[in-house]
Write a protein that binds this ligand. Structure first.
Ligand code: ADP
Ligand code: MG
Length: 275
């Protein structure tokens, strides 16, 4: 990271709190309803397993507009996680293009891809993926360390982020001392600490009971509706998608089989008192 970059970064983070940048990149997709946060063009991800070729992602094309809340649905093995990992830049396609915020991920070097993971996307997983020997505050500030933000600022931002998800009294606890719901809230705080434009969630409530899962989903909905963050969430629970997502995309055998608007999603203001 060059000096100018680092300085710019610090300035951007000098406004603490969970608040992603609200500017959107100009639309080059000619999409009628706003700019594209994610564009996927004839995407393939194949795995060679001995003699067998597994087409985990098999010719998917789609666009996600900035500010959308999209659920990716499909049975186990349909390619949902493979697709999400490609958007996250955790994996590279066999062929096809993934364009996130107008950047073609295939054109990025390893370092640039790492930067993409650090700054443009936030990610949460079914299994929380917190570092067990670190406190919650240390876990949450980890992305800021990678982004070379000053220590004093990191502490304040991590505290603020944890307060934002109701964990202000758990800063020095370790993940094993917390419930699943609390761990996932901490993982959310960590995903958002760098103010990403795009939140990618892979079965974020898969390991939680329904009450705790609802709590997590309400946070995700709030990030979407009050901060304008784009959400792509993998789930195999159709009811969850219907309640929260504005759009449902269905995958089967690595192919997109359906893509529809969901008008049954409930907005945050109507739900706020039910938290
Ligand atoms: P989902 O998230 O919908 O359950 P995945 O994307 O995890 O599906 O997997 C899609 C298909 O790709 C499955 O058949 C799975 O076994 C296969 N697969 C996923 N990751 C790998 C890998 N790293 N190596 C080989 N096969 C894989
Ligand atoms: Mg999966």
């Amino acid at each position: 990271m060059n000096r100018k970059d680092r300085k710019g970064r610090k300035e951007r983070l000098s406004h603490p709190g969970i608040r992603p940048p609200m500017t959107v990149t100009p639309d080059q997709s000619n999409h009628p309803n706003g700019s594209a946060a994610v564009r996927i063009v004839d995407l393939h991800r194949h795995y060679q397993m001995g003699e067998t070729l597994i087409r985990a992602v098999d010719g998917v094309s789609l666009q996600v507009r900035a500010g959308e809340f999209v659920a990716l649905l499909g049975s186990s093995g349909s390619g949902k996680s493979s697709l999400l990992n490609l958007i996250a830049g955790l994996d590279r396609p066999t062929s096809g293009a993934v364009i996130v915020e107008d950047r073609d991920l295939a054109a990025l070097s390893r370092e640039e891809l790492a930067k993409h993971r650090l700054r443009t996307v936030g990610m949460v997983f079914q299994s929380f993926n917190l570092v067990s020997r670190m406190t919650l505050a240390e876990n949450v500030e980890l992305p800021l360390r990678f982004a070379e933000v000053d220590r004093g600022q990191r502490d304040a931002l991590a505290r603020k982020a944890l307060e934002g998800v109701g964990l202000g009294a758990r800063l020095t606890h370790r993940p094993s001392e917390l419930s699943g719901g609390e761990q996932q809230r901490a993982a959310l705080a960590r995903a958002l600490i760098n103010q990403p434009k795009l939140l990618l969630a892979d079965e974020p409530t898969g390991n939680l009971d329904s009450h705790t899962g609802t709590e997590i989903m309400n946070f995700i909905r709030e990030f979407n509706q009050s901060l304008g963050m784009t959400i792509v969430m993998v789930t195999h629970e159709r009811a969850l998608a219907e309640r929260y997502a504005g759009r449902m995309i269905f995958l089967a055998d690595g192919k997109l089989t359906d893509d529809r608007t969901n008008s049954t999603a409930v907005t945050v203001n109507l739900q706020k008192d039910q938290r």
